[in-house]
Design a protein around this ligand. Sequence first.
Ligand code: MRU
Length: 343
Amino acid sequence: MMEIKTIEFKDDILYLIDQRKLPGIYEIFQCNDYKEIEFAIRDMVVRGAPAIGATAAYGVVLAAKEFLKEDEFFKKMEEALVFLGNSRPTAVNLMWAIKRMRVLIESNKNIPLDELYKRIKKEADNILDEDIETNKVMAKYGNEVIKENAAILTHCNTGALATAGYGTALGVIREAHYTGKNIFVYADETRPRLQGGRLTAWELVQEGIPSKLIADNVAATLIRDGKIDVILVGADRIATNGDTANKIGTFMLSVIAKTYNVPFYIVAPTTTIDFDIETGKEIEIEERDISEVTHIDGIRIAPEGIDVYNPAFDVTPWENITGIITEKGIIRLPYKENIMKLK
Ligand code: MRU
């Protein structure tokens, strides 16, 4: 299995695989301060809910490093926490990581600052390491719902690139493949940013997992024709009733899956659950620049003057979800009751 180091922190520099350039160019993007980390998240050098959470945690480390010798350390840290937390609005793992760092800082206000810096760094390392472990546990639970010879459909990129390593939905796919289930994967291209076509396809090829890339509009035909046994997708935020925000197009897939009785699973760590909201209506959906739709690789494909609607995520209602695969097991109906048990 190939090791993909999406996020690596060494000698006070954060190294990220530049996901804007894959698969054509494999390049490492260096962040030397927390403002560069905020940029990397906002511009999607790094993306995927768990990956941006861990990246933001290292943003807090670099902010602490910068402010260590300055006055008003705690005031400046709070500003940096807010700044990093606002880099993208939908994935709750980002807010979760910021909150965890904030709690650590606030509960250690009385220790020397260089000692606090060490603890902040350790906490960021823990977030990164825990995410990989979580994904591996989740993959084992998820593998239980994958039958021999299954054809699996997936959307967006939920692999090592979207996490600290291994992946969520793609982690289950890895596990099924390496436990010899003879699976076959259909990967949606995932317009407009093509995370499926560029990133999932890249990971599938690296791992030698039998697969085909499809344009998003092929999925309905495959599902209707009985060519898909199970659909696995990730999540950016899960409400306590089970409504799930994920990459735009996920909702559409879930409707087709329900129509044709194909099991539709969300694979996500419990850090993706927002225990503060009751339904998906409360989730802020990010809208991104229109150039993501009007251009591909800088080349204009739509006429000048056309207006564009470009939401990055949608919400799949709980009724369309067969189960939510987490590191604590598979959550099934009734979601509200079973999700709250995890709090
Ligand atoms: O806009 P992105 O690429 O950050 O969106 C990513 C997704 O929607 C993923 O499906 C989700 O974060 C789960 S990743 C393990």
